[in-house]
Design a protein around this ligand. Structure first.
Ligand code: AVJ
Length: 330
């Protein structure tokens, strides 16, 4: 269980030196990875994709023609931002869940005029650079960066103001949770809000299975590289000896469960060893590396309502491939 690291505070004064956000505690990661790899159906958490190389590869995925979510969501924001601001109102605290380079939230600032901005990311290095640059562009906004693993239990520290919290969760990352976990997560967000809170969330919608599958198996092989890079990251974390040449990327839409599944499949019989363990994989056996759930708007609205939010508005593209939903505390 990751405990929240001490927050780095970034008061509005320009020229302030930023305190580095300490890296997440790595204890328990070893055990979590091993138990996933040793399970009868081997699996890993998608958070292990994002080492330095994985983060760069993900940025490349976001500009692939096949990967429609990023550009579709961006177009929805470009078109509808003024109306979003009207519905949401100005002021308050924007809490950015999985902020990365903070670019998506920064586009909201000129219209939403938040008092405080709280970017949260698992990767502290990325965050500190981005926040220090952003603070110079928006010196009046109080910025408080947090390094948290949102997949674990987490709480907001007292530095985060508790009036009009707006949770900003773009990119359809909610799709990485099992639906039951997604509900727990949304409930947790609801409990973090006073009665004037809300959530602005990006949701990838159910669509043609071929379009979905191609978005996760692009022709340049960037998503394949992103998936295979996980093995290098694991080799560093565990001291294991995964040979990338023995594995191949698999991605498909599981329509029964309404999710994209990504796997790494053994091209031959494979033996993997690490310090205190190891596993043999048969040819064709795979490691399940990611689920990305796709929703219909009514199903996601129902989920929000079960969590105690009232879905006030949603905006989509003309193909209805992606939705941005604003929901308020009920
Ligand atoms: C970052 C979880 C939103 O599920 O589309 C992209 C990750 N994996 N291509 C997604 C991802 C492969 C992405 N999320």
């Amino acid at each position: 269980m990751a405990s929240p690291s001490l927050p780095a505070r970034h008061p509005g004064a320009a020229g302030n030196v930023l305190h580095p956000v300490p890296p997440l505690p790595r204890a328990g990661e070893h055990a979590e990875l091993c138990s996933g790899l040793l399970a009868s159906r081997a699996h890993t958490s998608p958070k292990y994709f994002y080492d330095a190389m994985g983060s760069v590869l993900f940025e490349a995925i976001c500009v692939l023609p096949e990967y429609y979510p990023t550009r579709t969501e961006a177009a929805i924001f470009s078109t509808h931002l003024p109306q979003m601001a009207e519905v949401i109102g100005t002021g308050g605290t924007i809490i950015d869940l999985g902020a990365g380079n903070c670019a998506k939230a920064a586009r909201l600032f000129p219209l939403l005029h938040p008092h405080q901005y709280v970017p949260i990311d698992i990767s502290a290095d990325h965050l500190n650079d981005a926040v220090s640059r952003l603070q110079q562009r928006f010196p009046h906004i109080e910025m408080t960066a947090l390094s948290l693993d949102l997949a674990q239990d987490w709480q907001l520290p007292p530095e985060v103001r508790n009036e009009r919290r707006l949770f900003f969760y773009p990119g359809s990352s909610i799709g990485n949770f099992e639906p039951a976990q997604a509900l727990d997560f949304l409930r947790h967000l609801r409990l973090c809000c006073d009665n004037n809170g809300g959530i602005l969330i990006g949701v990838d919608l159910i669509k043609d299975a071929q379009i979905l599958a191609t978005a996760y198996d692009d022709h340049l092989g960037v998503t394949a590289a992103f998936n295979l890079n996980l093995l290098r990251h694991i080799n560093r974390l565990l001291g294991s000896d995964f040979a990338l040449s023995q594995w191949q990327h698999r991605a498909f839409f599981n329509s029964r469960q309404s999710r994209i599944e990504m796997h790494l499949e053994a091209k031959q019989d494979v033996q993997v060893r690490w310090a205190d363990g190891g596993r043999d994989f048969r040819q064709g056996e795979s490691i399940h590396t990611e689920n990305s759930y796709k929703y219909s708007i009514p199903d996601f609205v129902a989920l929000l309502e079960q969590a105690g939010f009232i879905a006030a508005h949603h905006w989509t593209d003309s193909d209805e491939w992606f939705a941005v939903i604003y929901a308020q505390t009920a």
